[in-house]
Ligand binder design. Structure first.
Ligand code: HEM
Length: 463
């Protein structure tokens, strides 16, 4: 019998006891719900309001979804929801448009280009250290905001040669509003709620306008200056669509580049995808270091040995092995992109089941990266899991914080360099400790944020 004609037969999974139960549960405890689904097996299922959701939780099967059989899927409802904010940028576009955008943006992330960003990364981190110095030993900060400000500054400068760090607080607030709006849309029934004249929707619209005005200002200033800064923004503005000209050379006068709106979508995408994720990874790293003084000491030992007080550069990356292990482990426990969704577009066979088009398939770095089958004592922060031999013993897709396949994170190399250089610069001089009684709770918005921020006191090392 062909997959199309086989009678529906669903994998095990939680069953709804009253209407809307899963909608409420998913809204209130998304991570717990995903973990509960995983407890039913490698392939689990739940249905609500006529929609079917699957969680696929085995390394080989995850590889099939993201890489081997990626053509059976498109990105899910989740991203359609984000389209209001991100337009048709790299993260949200599909098919040929996605391929074209990816090809256009890719050169900004080539190895040689990354080398040039190293200086920006260390420079902005050193500025943050300067601010901490001015606040004084023992000062209290919200580490989450500190890291957002830092990574926003870095992505703005590296990719757009724009100084947005000073506007970080306002941009950050606008982004949070906008992300809450996307998050509301993700809940079943969200499309309807979005159309209601609720204050939250109005705030989200205002936030979007504020973000737009910053980005359009950057674009306007660049177009007016006519200068080629050799950065991503210049590339996008000058882009020549070779494909539409059939590969023929295009005369100078007909080179139009992307429209402001297309550039805006790409810029908004990179601002958002490029700062929120790395900021969360760094925030959780500070938290874990504060809880694990032995590992923190080992990190300090490496930083003192390799850097001896100077700022790190890209050339130091191969020597900062423990620093990378610390980050890898933090991203294992708190993967910023905790779930990746796909919508099925043709009948998809997995194990004994056939998943029908229209269903949603989730794979979850958060769930897989805490799976006791692959991670001994999985809750423990243990950077030595990243020693080469230990890594070689695990299946590749037991860890996939950056996704895989044609939609793999374009900024992965950028993020590793940024994370390592920022941590090395700051942890060389500073330690952070959680403020007593500060509640640490996960807030799986679009990325995995700490719900109440991360209030920490700063302590100068060696004092
Ligand atoms: C720790 C930091 C980061 C993590 C964990 C992360 C994670 C991810 C993941 C899991 C995806 C794939 C989503 C999917 O398959 O549906 C993705 C895509 C993407 N990321 Fe990242 N990311 C990080 C940093 C960055 C940075 C620094 C940038 C840019 C400067 C960036 C830009 C993007 C873009 C544009 C996409 C869409 C790629 C496409 O669909 O072709 N990310 N990221």
């Amino acid at each position: 019998m062909s997959p199309r004609t086989r009678a529906p037969h669903y994998p095990p999974g939680p069953k709804q006891r009253f209407p809307m139960q899963f909608v409420l549960r998913f809204g209130a405890d998304r991570l717990g719900f995903l973990q509960e689904m995983a407890s039913y097996g490698d392939v689990s299922h739940m249905a609500t309001r006529g929609l079917h959701f699957y969680l696929i939780n085995h390394p080989d099967l995850i590889q099939d979804v993201l890489v081997t059989h990626h053509r059976s899927f498109i990105k899910s409802r989740a991203l359609q929801a984000a389209r209001g904010l991100l337009g048709e940028g790299l993260l949200t576009s599909e098919g040929d448009l996605h391929l074209r955008q990816r090809r256009l943006v890719q050169p900004a992330f080539h190895r040689q280009r990354l080398a040039g960003y190293g200086q920006v990364m260390a420079h902005y981190a050193a500025q943050a250290a300067g601010r901490w110095q001015a606040l004084g030993n023992g000062a209290t900060v919200d580490m989450s905001q500190e890291m957002m400000r830092l990574t926003l500054g870095i992505v703005g400068k590296a990719l757009f040669d724009a100084d947005v760090e000073g506007e970080a607080a306002e941009i950050g607030q606008a982004l949070t509003e906008a992300l809450h709006a996307v998050n509301r849309l993700l809940l079943p029934g969200g499309e309807l709620a979005e159309k209601l004249p609720m204050p939250a929707n109005q705030r989200a619209e205002e936030a979007r306008q504020r973000l737009d005005s910053t980005i359009y200002r950057i674009i306007r200033e660049r177009r007016a200056s006519g200068e080629d800064h050799g950065d991503l923004l210049s590339m996008l503005l000058e882009v020549v669509d070779e494909e539409s000209s059939g590969g023929a050379p295009i005369p100078e006068t007909q080179r139009s580049g992307m429209s402001d709106e297309q550039v805006r979508d790409e810029a908004m995408t990179l601002f958002l995808a490029g700062h929120e994720t790395t900021a969360n990874a760094l925030t959780w790293t500070w938290y874990l270091l504060a809880q694990n003084p032995a590992e923190e000491r080992q990190l300090h030992h490496e930083l003192d040995r390799v850097l001896a007080g100077r700022l790190p550069t890209m050339d130091d990356l191969p020597d900062l092995t423990y620093t990378r292990m610390v980050l890898s482990e933090a991203i294992r426990l708190y993967p910023p992109a905790y779930v990746i969704g796909r919508q099925v577009i043709e009948p998809y066979e997995v194990r004994d089941y056939v998943i029908q088009p229209g269903s949603t398939v989730f794979v979850s770095p958060y769930v897989m990266q805490r799976d006791p089958r692959y991670w001994f004592d999985f809750e423990r922060f243990d950077p030595t899991r990243w020693a080469a031999e230990a890594q070689a013993r695990r299946p590749k897709f037991s860890y996939f914080p950056f996704g895989a396949g044609p939609r793999v994170c374009i900024g992965e190399g950028f993020a590793w360099a940024e994370g390592i250089l920022a941590l090395a610069t700051l942890a060389q001089r500073w330690q952070a400790r959680l403020v007593l009684g500060h509640p640490v709770q996960l807030d799986p918005l679009i990325t995995l944020r700490p719900k109440h921020g991360m209030r920490m006191t700063l302590h100068r090392r060696g004092i």
